[in-house]
Write a protein that binds this ligand. Structure first.
Ligand SMILES: Nc1ncnc2c1ncn2[C@@H]1O[C@H](COP(=O)(O)OP(=O)(O)O)[C@@H](O)[C@H]1O
Ligand SMILES: [Mg+2]
Length: 396
């Protein structure tokens, strides 16, 4: 039986949909439909994802279309059905946003039932192709690579906080890898004194046996594991792209979440990490050079077909005084911004003390937005993007 989530509906439509779906309907409370899938999933209290999201005529069409377009990319295993006046314009907009079906608001039970069946079977088909990672192999965790064209934009801040946040939802099953091979500072940001570092983890016995590899990791009191950066730039430089590929594959067999901090730009190691990633967090500061750099990096990665299925654009150092709005940035980079992190005076001391904000439990606007970022991963389904990319390319 398929699971339907219904939004933007009045009492009469709720009754019709319940009949059509044979009772398995979760009705979202009235109010604005979030345009961010993660915020939608937060509203599903049992955490189970639907097969079909049915949106009634009471939700504003632009919000629905934005949400549908994002779901189409982030969670293609969910089909969206929209009830709205089926004008040619609406059909076109809906099709572009990846909406599966359009029904008139007056649709009868039988018509709704047929649309739900079609949408659920498409969702099931897509899911078979994308196979949730947990169902495959022994374990293939989510590999989240944090990248940016420039330094000093908050990659280490975001990756350490994301890793700490994910550790809370997957204790003992989250690992953070410092791939800023020359000047990595994950150890310092987490207040760790590592016995072994990245070069130890990619060669010798650790590279051959995952159980041995685990003994080369550094443990953080929160339950997070870390592969800390090399002791010197020269030692870091000995780590090749192939070493990175092998390391991340081994870690993904053991850990649910593998978070990867990187050096600025597209080094050999960063490209290897992007190639293995299920998700990328593209980070930039909210200023003109930062945004331009991000645009160029996205263009290059698109050309190389190296943007994973999970793509998250994060702005850091957001500041009303800077003169750039989120809309300006979205126009410049040609895609949506997913999370906006404010400039916050709480961040530098947390870096200096080696205690990430999400660990200190401080109340701060930055903490709220970092949690929003964490929930994008803790609440969305896993998928295997490299296969998705391969199929996608083969089909196009
Ligand atoms: N949102 C923020 N508000 C204030 N300071 C920040 C913020 N994000 C990062 N910082 C500070 O900026 C500096 C650079 O951040 P870092 O995470 O090391 O960047 P990167 O890893 O990209 O080089 C650090 O001192 C950090 O404390
Ligand atoms: Mg850094």
């Amino acid at each position: 039986m398929s699971r339907v989530v219904l939004a933007g509906a009045d009492e009469d439509l709720i009754l019709r949909v319940k009949q059509a779906a044979d009772g398995d309907v979760t009705v979202l409370a009235p109010g604005r439909l979030p345009s961010d899938p993660a915020r939608l999933f937060e509203q599903l209290l049992d955490g189970e994802l639907p097969d079909v999201l049915l949106v009634g005529p009471h939700a504003p069409a632009p919000d629905v279309l934005t949400l549908a377009a994002r779901l189409d990319i982030q969670s293609p295993g969910i089909s969206v059905v929209l009830m709205a006046d089926p004008s040619p314009d609406m059909w076109q907009a809906a099709m572009r946003a990846g909406v599966r079906d359009l029904l008139p608001p007056t649709a009868e039970v039988a018509e709704i039932q047929a649309a739900l069946d079609r949408a659920a079977s498409t969702a099931a088909g897509r899911r078979r192709v994308l196979r949730p990672v947990e169902e495959t192999a022994r374990y293939t965790g989510r590999v989240i690579t944090i990248a940016s064209p420039k330094g000093g934009v908050g990659k280490t801040t975001v990756s350490t906080n994301l890793a700490i946040g994910l550790t809370a939802s997957a204790p003992q099953s989250t690992v953070l890898v410092d791939l800023d091979v020359q000047f990595g500072d994950v150890a310092s940001a987490l207040g760790l004194v590592p016995e072994y570092t990245l070069p130890d983890a990619v060669r010798g016995p650790a590279s051959e046996d995952t159980m041995v590899l685990k003994t080369f990791l550094t443990q953080h009191p929160s339950g997070l594991y870390a592969v800390c950066g090399a002791e010197s730039p020269a030692a870091g430089d000995t780590v090749s792209g192939e070493d990175v590929t092998r390391l991340l594959a081994s870690l993904a067999r053991e850990f649910r979440y593998v978070v990867v901090d990187t050096a600025p730009g597209l080094s050999e190691q960063t490209l290897a990490a992007l190639d293995r990633a299920t998700d990328v967090v593209m980070l930039t500061s909210m200023d003109v050079p930062g945004v331009r750099g991000l645009r160029k990096e996205l263009d290059v990665l698109r050309e190389l077909c190296m943007i994973p299925a999970g793509r998250h654009v994060v702005m850091n150092f957001a500041d009303a005084k800077g003169g750039l709005s989120v809309r300006d940035v979205e126009t410049a980079i040609g895609t949506g911004v997913d999370v906006v992190l404010p400039r916050s005076s709480a961040v530098p001391p947390s870096t200096n003390q080696g205690v990430p904000l999400l660990q200190s439990g401080r109340r701060d606007p930055m903490v709220k937005e970092l949690r929003r970022l964490v929930s994008r991963f803790a609440a969305t389904p896993l998928m295997r993007p490299s296969r998705y990319r391969a199929k996608h390319r083969a089909a196009s």
